[in-house]
Design a protein around this ligand. Structure first.
Ligand SMILES: O=C(O)CCC(=O)C(=O)O
Length: 266
């Protein structure tokens, strides 16, 4: 199974329309892949807060329309990263879109952990409330987005829901890029799953982005890692390796499904 990650450069001088057209052409060029992954909030920029309200889109908006057509033309599963989703009845959300090779929008995932503490996404967006997995011919995908990577309990829940390949689009800043690569490897080792972690590059909202998208196997080995510029990573994965790793080194069998309560000592 062949996976490609498109580490896009997000330049505020490029309009969302032009970026959509350019990205769709990149996806179409990856017709030899089975799965293509894009970064978080790439049409507007993960830190371009000022653009979010006016640029928010519905699930049949211009990004979804362009990515559906690109997935169908390339004949690939396309995790189109995330968009600022306008929910007609609620707040905006950071929503990932997964298209089948026929161009059908088969799953959406609203980011659960919002980044920014008392500002940015944490105040501007609503929080997702559902974990999302997706059955594909090459294994079950588990969807998570950027800051979610810091919360292992979400990944345990994705594991319990059958995940074999974790897909993580991001707009992860350069300042903490060591956390990004470290946590991506940690999640692979911890869940004994493939991790496809697709970041962006460039600077938006004044925040330089870290690049270093990476593909990690269930043993924690980095199969490919991007640099700091726009780049496409293409890697061949062995879908059978997840079950093999879990059988050969059955650490997940030793999980305590209820952690004992702390003993109070007087
Ligand atoms: O956790 C971090 O350091 C970065 C998270 C982030 O930038 C995001 O979720 O958009």
């Amino acid at each position: 199974m062949r996976a490609s990650l498109i580490q896009l450069d997000i330049d505020p001088a490029e309009s969302p329309e032009d970026r959509r057209t350019r990205t769709a052409a990149l996806v179409r060029g990856l017709h030899d892949s089975d799965l293509v992954l894009l970064p978080e909030l790439w049409p507007l920029g993960g830190f371009a807060y000022d653009a979010w309200s006016a640029g928010a889109e519905t699930l049949d908006g211009p990004t979804a329309e362009a990515m559906s057509a690109a997935a169908a033309d390339a004949g690939v599963w396309l995790h189109a990263g995330s968009i600022v989703e306008r929910d007609p009845d609620g707040p905006i959300f950071n929503t990932s879109l997964l298209f089948s090779p026929s161009g059908e929008l088969v799953h959406t995932y609203r980011k659960i952990h919002r980044f920014g503490f008392d500002s940015g996404e944490a105040v501007a967006m609503g929080a997702g409330t559902e974990i999302v997995t997706a059955a594909t011919p090459f294994g079950t995908l588990g969807l998570a987005t950027c800051y979610d990577l810091r919360f292992p309990e979400l990944f345990r829940a994705l594991l319990d829901a059958g995940t074999e390949i974790l897909t993580i689009p991001a707009a992860w800043p350069a300042r903490r890029v060591e956390h990004w690569t470290l946590l991506a490897r940690a999640r692979a080792v911890e869940e004994q799953a493939y991790v496809l972690a697709c970041n962006n590059t460039g600077t938006h909202g004044g925040v330089p982005q870290g690049g270093h998208s990476l593909v990690v196997d269930p043993w924690g080995k980095v199969l490919a890692e991007a640099g700091e510029a726009e780049e496409i990573l293409t890697v061949d994965l062995d879908p059978g390796l997840v079950a093999k790793s879990r059988a050969d080194f059955p650490v997940l069998r030793d999980r305590l499904m209820g952690i004992p309560a702390p003993v109070e000592r007087g």
